[in-house]
Design a protein around this ligand. Structure first.
Ligand code: FMN
Length: 231
């Protein structure tokens, strides 16, 4: 099946059979046959905005997920290019969100004085460990969803944050998710330092940089946490 789909994609690419190629790709995506392929291949055939998230050199998605780990020490001399930062932000914004509301905003902190303020007030954030950059993921509390839906910003921004972590890893950098919300003291400090307006809530601070440590990724597989058909 897998080989047939890939053959169909290749043949259609050769003869310029665009519709059939798209169909073959769509089948391949639905059946998961492109999982495990290079991200460049997975992302080809979709829009420009998506293509520019993946440059074809990132590890395949399952390897990337398995090998990601929190990095808490950074090379302060190695700056992170603006183009790279945009790729990371694009990955964050590619996340799923409830009713596609995308209730997120990202504060990119590069100013050394601002980073020093964050490091001082939030030692847990590891920003002080040489990070040349931090991204603060903020939720829009007025996401247009009512009742219990109001809380969906947390889910949505968490999905965006995970995409940020994976993109960082795929691009050869390191990062760690450090918690802000719901710790009131941290929320107040971040809000004040970064002038975050009412109606937005900082969820986390993600220091990013080239790693100055190489912790091992953890094997967290635990079959005892899996239930089949019933708990
Ligand atoms: C909601 C959340 C809050 C976290 N807060 C912190 C933090 O304040 N400081 C920190 O160093 N790591 C923090 N982490 C990172 C976790 O400690 C880390 O993900 C965990 O130990 C697993 O390690 P791994 O990311 O290398 O797999 C946080 C992670 C999450 C998801």
């Amino acid at each position: 099946m897998k080989n047939l789909i890939l053959l169909a994609v290749a043949l259609c690419s050769l003869v310029g059979c665009e519709k059939a190629e798209n169909t073959a790709r769509s089948v391949a995506r639905k059946t998961g046959d492109l999982v495990g392929k290079g991200a460049g291949e997975f992302f080809s055939g979709v829009g420009d905005g998506v293509r520019s998230v993946a440059d074809g050199s990132v590890p395949d998605v399952l390897s990337a997920i398995a090998s990601r780990k929190s990095v808490r020490k950074f090379d302060s001399l190695k700056k992170v290019d603006e183009v790279v930062v945009e790729k990371i932000l694009r990955a964050g914004m590619a996340a799923p969100s409830a009713m596609d509301r995308r209730p997120w905003a990202f504060v990119v902190v590069r100013d050394p004085q601002q980073l020093a303020r964050l490091a001082e007030k939030l030692p847990n954030s590891r920003v002080g460990n040489g990070a040349p950059l931090a991204i603060v993921v903020c939720g829009n509390l007025d996401n247009g969803l009512s009742g219990r839906g109001k809380e969906y910003w947390i889910h949505d921004c968490s999905a965006a944050s995970m995409n940020v972590l994976l993109a960082v890893h795929g691009l050869g950098l390191g990062a760690v998710w450090t918690g802000v919300y719901p710790n009131e003291d941290r929320v107040a400090a971040v809000r004040e330092i970064l002038s975050i307006p009412d109606g937005y809530m900082p969820l986390n601070v993600i220091p990013i940089g080239y790693p100055a440590e190489s912790p091992a990724a953890k094997d967290k597989w635990d079959p005892a946490k899996v239930h089949t058909d019933r708990w």
